[in-house]
Design a protein around this ligand. Structure first.
Ligand code: HSE
Length: 312
């Protein structure tokens, strides 16, 4: 019997991991979005409530990443009934933590569960991408890790194009999110349209090094490879206030590397212990205090688990 109401959770993600623009992503244990779905006799999707977004997100289902993903699931399963959704945003918006992806994934998983899980995870990836595409473009480097968990190599937008990479033991993360919004579209508009051969060679070499570091669990090498982005970060750096200072402060407290999380402005530092991550987070927050910018710091770890649901 299908449940009457379902709550699904999808976690924040760090896309790119520095050098792996649009091809690497990592699920975090925190923060996360929760979407509650209930059946409704009227067809279609109705968004009943959104909390945690300061009223910024559209309540119109066809303009909302969760609403679009939910509608896609209903259409795929040929549902005659509809759903109403309540979305709780644990993720900050336009912060580089995969906010739109998390809501889309949680909605797709919740609605599918409500109807007895007729769709497999490949179809849920497609549904989540529909929602994500409406907000930040059709790339799966946030959606795939949010849905499947872990660290993913994303070669395309279908499930066969997603490869799981190992999570190194003892990887701890310190994150700082300054109170400035950097919309993904803006952060993509500043990118170069072509890349010199020399830069291409450097970038691919660093991605290869990063993958080796994941397989060997060499966190120092991981941090070094992640920081070696010579294409995307230089083009975006001017949008990320405090990047150089935060990186230096993080390193001084033992961080092994600091990168822009996704399209920013969240910055993510790699550490080899929880104690180090806490020290680094505090130092990163202090930089924004000096710059008189509000900022939120977080300490977390990669999540091996993908999106999950429960009947409520
Ligand atoms: N790979 C994407 C970017 C992630 O950096 O633009 C943001 O959605």
């Amino acid at each position: 019997m299908s449940p009457q109401a379902v709550e699904a959770r999808a976690n924040a993600t760090v896309a790119n991991l520095g050098v792996g623009f649009d091809i690497l992503g990592m699920a975090l244990q925190e923060p996360f979005d929760i979407v509650r779905a209930e059946r409704e006799s009227a067809p279609g999707v109705r968004i009943e409530a959104i909390t945690g977004d300061d009223g910024q997100l559209s309540r119109e289902a066809h303009r909302n990443t969760a609403g679009i993903a939910a509608a896609y699931v209903l259409q795929q399963i040929g549902a005659r009934e509809g759903v109403r959704l309540s979305v709780h945003k644990g993720l900050p918006l336009a912060s580089g933590l995969g906010s739109s992806a998390a809501s889309a994934v949680a909605a797709a998983v919740a609605v599918n569960a409500l109807f007895g899980e007729p769709l497999d995870r490949a179809a849920l990836l497609a549904a989540s991408l529909e929602g994500e595409a409406a907000v930040s473009g059709r790339h799966a480097d946030n959606v795939a890790p949010a849905l499947f968990g872990g660290i993913t190599l994303v070669l395309g937008t279908t499930a066969e194009a997603i490869y799981s990479l190992p999570i190194p033991p003892n990887l701890h993360l310190a994150l700082v999110t300054p109170g400035i919004a950097v919309p993904t579209a803006q952060a993509r508009a500043v990118l170069p349209q072509s890349v010199p051969l020399k830069a291409m060679i450097h970038q691919t070499a660093q991605v290869a090094l990063l993958v080796r570091a994941l397989y060997t669990g060499d966190l120092a090498l991981l941090g070094k490879a992640m920081e070696s982005d010579s294409v995307i970060e230089p083009a975006r750096a001017h949008l990320m206030r405090g990047l150089a200072e935060v990186r230096a402060a993080a390193r001084a407290q033992g961080a092994l590397g600091t990168v822009i999380s996704g399209a920013g402005p969240t910055l993510c530092a790699m550490c080899d212990s929880d104690t180090c991550a806490r020290r680094v987070a505090q130092a990163m927050g202090a930089i924004y205090a000096e710059l008189q910018l509000p900022a939120t710091v977080r300490v977390t770890q990669p999540s091996a688990q993908g999106a999950a649901w429960r009947a409520v």
